[in-house]
Design a protein around this ligand. Structure first.
Ligand SMILES: NC(=O)c1ccc[n+]([C@@H]2O[C@H](COP(=O)([O-])OP(=O)(O)OC[C@H]3O[C@@H](n4cnc5c(N)ncnc54)[C@H](OP(=O)(O)O)[C@@H]3O)[C@@H](O)[C@H]2O)c1
Length: 269
């Protein structure tokens, strides 16, 4: 299937490792030009060096140091993207995951920080990208927003209060926006990873091990056992689904929340 991405420009947030970097890799393989961001300039430059191996041209990868909890940095990063590539028609909102813990473990500031990291970053990336996406849609380029959320939005995960709460906000934001901008030719979807092998998952198992004493092997075996496919997913499996949803082969799909979780969520819909 030709995904029709060769004339596309994407902004991929949280892309120095893990799911964001994997999505950037697939977009580059499909011929898109891709701006990637993360907080740490050394890490994002390293990611760019790795990703250039998959790009049609080295200049198709633009690394930008940007903390997505900072509105001014988001605005500057999008301006750099337009200056380098001339337009923007695809946005992947993404960042790191919040800490684990139970209700008594968190102060109000922890809740606020998690909302900044996972919800406000999604809203602000979208707000600043929207004028460019509208321009692209008006010029008959397909325009699409995909928001990385979590399976915790459909099925809250014990000990992941901060994620459970902030992802619910992302789902409400995405569905509202899809209704508003659909008539302008912009699609808005969310993608909900289940347990997928990345740095985040390693930190999660280490943190649960520290809290409960359960071995990391047993924690990971439990995650696998709870899924229909009885295993943890890979970044590439996640990226394949994400890139399809961003692509011009998915132009009649909007307002959906796609779980990519090997069957870990147990609800029918
Ligand atoms: N992997 C899973 O199993 C899983 C499951 C459900 C949900 N998720 C969610 O999916 C998202 C991505 O997870 P992942 O597994 O890919 O994690 P990861 O491997 O830790 O990658 C997170 C990426 O986000 C960047 N980042 C973190 N904070 C940022 C900020 N404030 N501004 C800009 N970039 C930032 C990190 O780079 P720097 O450190 O350089 O900034 C890194 O590139 C997270 O929200 C996670 O909670 C993951």
């Amino acid at each position: 299937m030709n995904l029709g991405l060769s004339d596309s420009v994407a902004f991929v947030a949280g892309a120095s490792s893990g799911l964001g970097r994997a999505v950037a890799k697939e977009l580059l393989r499909e011929g898109a030009r891709v701006a990637i961001c993360s907080r740490n300039s050394e890490r994002i430059e390293d990611a760019a060096a790795h990703l250039r191996e998959f790009a049609k041209e080295p200049s198709h990868v633009l690394p930008i140091a940007c903390d997505v909890t900072d509105e001014a940095q988001i605005e500057a990063a999008l301006d750099k993207t337009i200056a380098a590539f001339g337009h923007l028609n695809l946005l992947l909102t993404n960042s790191g995951g919040p800490a684990t813990g139970m209700i008594d473990d968190f102060a109000a500031s922890d809740w606020r920080n998690a909302i900044e990291l996972n919800l406000m970053s999604t809203i602000n990336l979208t707000r600043y990208a929207l004028p460019w996406l509208r321009q692209a849609a008006g010029n008959t380029r397909h325009a699409s927003i995909l928001m990385v959320s979590s399976l915790s939005a459909k099925q809250p995960v014990p000990g992941l209060y901060l994620s459970n709460v902030s992802r619910a906000g992302v789902q409400g934001f995405a569905k509202s926006l899809s209704e508003e901008v659909g008539q302008e030719g912009i699609t808005v979807n969310t993608i909900l990873p289940g347990y997928t092998k990345t740095n985040r998952l390693s930190h999660l198992s280490e943190s649960l091990h520290a809290q409960t004493g359960e071995s990391i092997e047993s924690i990971e075996a439990g995650w696998s056992a709870n899924s229909a496919l009885k295993r943890i997913g890979t970044e590439d499996e996640f990226a394949a689904a994400a890139v399809f949803l961003l692509s011009s082969r998915a132009t009649f799909i909007t307002g959906v929340a796609l779980t990519v979780d090997g069957g870990a969520v147990k609800s029918i819909l």
